[in-house]
Write a protein that binds this ligand. Structure first.
Ligand code: ADP
Ligand code: NI
Length: 212
């Protein structure tokens, strides 16, 4: 099967599976954005475009946050679908490698030169976690997980240091720009990072009036 046919078929399959996903930050449209960003990063990087695009399409097919931590489901669903389409074995293992290691939580260490397809899918996924879209996704997930938006310090003790979504910016989102592998992704991250800083500044300003 040629590149366009297989990518088109995979996109239809993933879209069908993720279309009305229970959490808006990990739905088909997240995957769609990661796929499109991957395509544009692939234009600037020497890599196997079929592997990169399939990796982007399958990267959140069954995120462990929504499967009680079971990481084998995503791998099995990816493998099953690609095998059923008679995709070459080396392509299947490269795509599965992406699905296995793309997540921030895993902190998988590797050299981007060795795995350029993983590097660009990971960059594309991380770019979608920052900027205006990243802010929207954080609060979508925070709502899904029933986390408060922001706990003013005057209330922090009473709420027993309950973790708010704003903490996620300091724990992860503000570190993303320094974790990117490709030059092109870094150039796209700059404005998004600045926008998050501006947002955090503003929300603290608004909330601080309740802290007196
Ligand atoms: P990865 O798939 O790289 O491990 P996650 O799935 O944990 O990353 O995160 C994807 C997005 O989900 C984050 O960028 C963020 O928008 C949202 N998210 C994850 N954990 C939290 C959290 N504790 N609070 C708010 N948003 C979160
Ligand atoms: Ni993702």
């Amino acid at each position: 099967m040629d590149h366009l046919t297989i990518i088109d078929k995979a996109a239809k399959y993933v879209k069908h599976k993720l279309f009305d996903f229970e959490e808006g930050g990990h739905d088909w449209l997240h995957t769609f954005r990661v796929w499109q960003t991957t395509r544009s990063l692939a234009m600037h990087t020497k890599c196997n475009k079929t592997v990169a695009e399939l990796g982007a399409l399958f990267h959140d097919i069954a995120d462990a946050k929504f499967t009680n931590g079971d990481e084998t489901i995503a791998i099995k669903q990816t493998e099953d679908w690609l095998q059923q389409e008679n995709i070459e074995k080396n392509i299947i293992s490269a795509v599965v490698h992406i699905v296995k290691h793309v997540s921030w939580r895993k902190q998988y260490k590797y050299d981007a030169i060795d795995y350029p397809e993983l590097a660009i899918v990971q960059d594309a996924d991380r770019l979608d976690a920052i900027g205006a879209i990243g802010i929207a996704r954080a609060f979508s997930y925070g709502g899904f997980a029933k986390r408060p938006i922001i706990v003013p310090s005057a209330e922090a003790n009473r709420l027993n240091d309950m973790e708010d979504t704003i903490s996620h910016f300091y724990e992860k989102l503000l570190h993303i720009k320094d974790s990117l592998h490709t030059e092109h992704a870094r150039s796209l991250a700059y404005e998004r990072h600045e926008f998050m800083l501006q947002f955090l500044n503003q929300i603290h300003k608004e909330i601080s009036s309740h802290d007196n």
